[in-house]
Write a protein that binds this ligand. Structure first.
Ligand code: SF4
Length: 415
């Protein structure tokens, strides 16, 4: 690892400074903000740290593990992009995230291909996978398959994938399963991921006593909410490790507006892209151990790594710009508060899921991923979408999203 780091030093320095040279470099006068966030004054910034092999790490809750603050999200064709794994390790990105379902299992198979070829790297990787099952047999089947595919004898952190209510992981059977798998050495830590009703799922996790880690939708739009702040405070206090995902705050509705221009212009002056700034906003909360990001190519991997290495803190003006942007484009963003729309009269599960898939399509430009995620929804959920009372759902949406219009487009794009 040492040799690789020094090999990369020159390349990374050039790459980083190309971006950083645009910046008005200056100071650091930190002021503490709510929820562990920090900001700096406008006037200055520190010289950025360089060296792409040095992505910093943070403690992951009370697990005793330190994880790289940037996590490699595994929703891409890993089998045919093995170099991405190598470059991630070269850059110090040792926290890898995948799921049993990603790319129909090919994400895990791709990681297995790499670990089979380079078995010595396994000990350096904090490996996460997920199961969509909620029952012990299904989780065991998925875990067995994940271990086989990834050519490893253990998973560092095993998530129940995409819960929307804490009841999905709060049964004695789930607790017993987690305990047994830990004793058997098949998993080291246990938790869940969530993109729906995140605040309530997080708030209820500490009371369970067996949740080691959570991955959840968290970004510059959501982090200022009182319920979110209380939920992350509670998890931090309980020593639950937290990983943020969907940190770009992309929406299901296209927002080609002056707001994008204004934000890009603001951060261009500092040598940052808006994407990098949005990730830095999440890292400003030191309760969050890592940001999980889909990094399917070297451009994204390098840009995110540069953001992780940039020690400058966001200024008060940067925070204001992000909040202004969030407010201006808020009606295009689904906040995952499914307890509103999905419980409206004549409605049921699936609305917030489709919103997320349309975000993949609209904001990520990844229609393939959107379609695969849609195909994974239970048939009962997919077929139920057409019969819902979507005007009631729209009325219940606190963001005023035109749910009927988005679902209509979704049926054309995803089905
Ligand atoms: S109520 Fe609106 S913002 Fe909340 S999950 Fe439903 S569509 Fe998204």
């Amino acid at each position: 690892m040492k040799d690789r780091k020094s090999d990369n030093q020159q390349l990374s320095r050039r790459g980083f400074m190309a971006g950083a040279s645009l910046a008005g470099l200056g100071t650091i006068l930190s002021t503490t903000m709510a929820g562990g966030q920090t900001s700096t004054t406008e006037s200055a910034a520190s010289a950025p740290k360089v060296g792409l092999g040095d992505v910093p790490s943070r403690q992951f809750g009370k697990t005793g593990e330190k994880v790289s603050i940037l996590s490699l999200g595994g929703i891409f064709d890993i089998i045919n992009n093995q170099m991405m794994l190598k470059k991630a390790l070269d850059f110090g990105i040792t926290y890898w995230d995948t799921a049993n379902s990603y790319h129909n299992g090919k994400s895990e198979t791709g990681i297995g291909l790499y670990l089979e070829k380079f078995p010595e790297t396994r000990k350096n990787i904090f490996l996460v996978t997920k199961s969509g099952s909620r029952d012990p047999k299904g989780m065991t089947d998925h875990l067995t398959l994940s271990l086989e595919r990834m050519k490893t004898d253990h998973i560092d952190l095993f998530f129940v994938h995409g819960i929307s209510n804490i009841s999905e992981v709060s049964s004695p059977a789930v607790k017993e399963w987690a305990d047994q798998m830990k004793k058997a050495g098949k998993i080291r830590f246990f938790g869940f991921s969530t993109h729906k009703n995140m605040e309530s799922c997080l708030a209820a996790a500490p009371a369970l006593g067996y949740i080691d880690g959570i991955m959840f939708t968290y970004n510059y739009r959501l982090m200022h909410g009182d319920a979110m702040k209380a939920a992350t405070d509670a998890c931090a206090k309980a020593g639950i490790g937290m990983t943020a995902m969907k940190t770009q705050g992309g929406g299901a509705v296209k927002t080609d507006s002056d707001a994008e221009l204004a934000l890009a212009g603001r951060f261009l002056e500092k040598g940052l892209t808006p994407f990098q700034a949005k990730i830095k906003a999440v890292w400003a909360n030191d309760q969050i151990s890592a940001v999980c990001s889909q990094m399917p190519n070297l451009t994204v991997l390098t840009a995110n790594t540069q953001a992780a290495l940039d020690e400058r803190k966001l200024t008060a003006g940067d925070w204001k710009a992000l909040r202004t942007y969030a407010e201006t484009t808020g009606s295009a963003y689904c906040a995952g508060c499914a307890m509103n729309c999905e419980r409206a009269p004549g409605c049921s599960e699936g609305i917030a899921d489709v919103m997320r898939m349309m975000m993949y399509h609209t904001s990520f430009g990844d229609t393939h991923q959107a379609r695969m995620a849609f195909a994974e929804l239970p048939l009962s959920v997919r077929s139920g979408l057409s019969g819902m009372n979507l005007s009631e759902a729209t009325n219940a949406c606190p963001r005023g999203l035109n749910i009927a219009a988005v679902l209509k487009e979704a049926m054309e794009v995803l089905a």
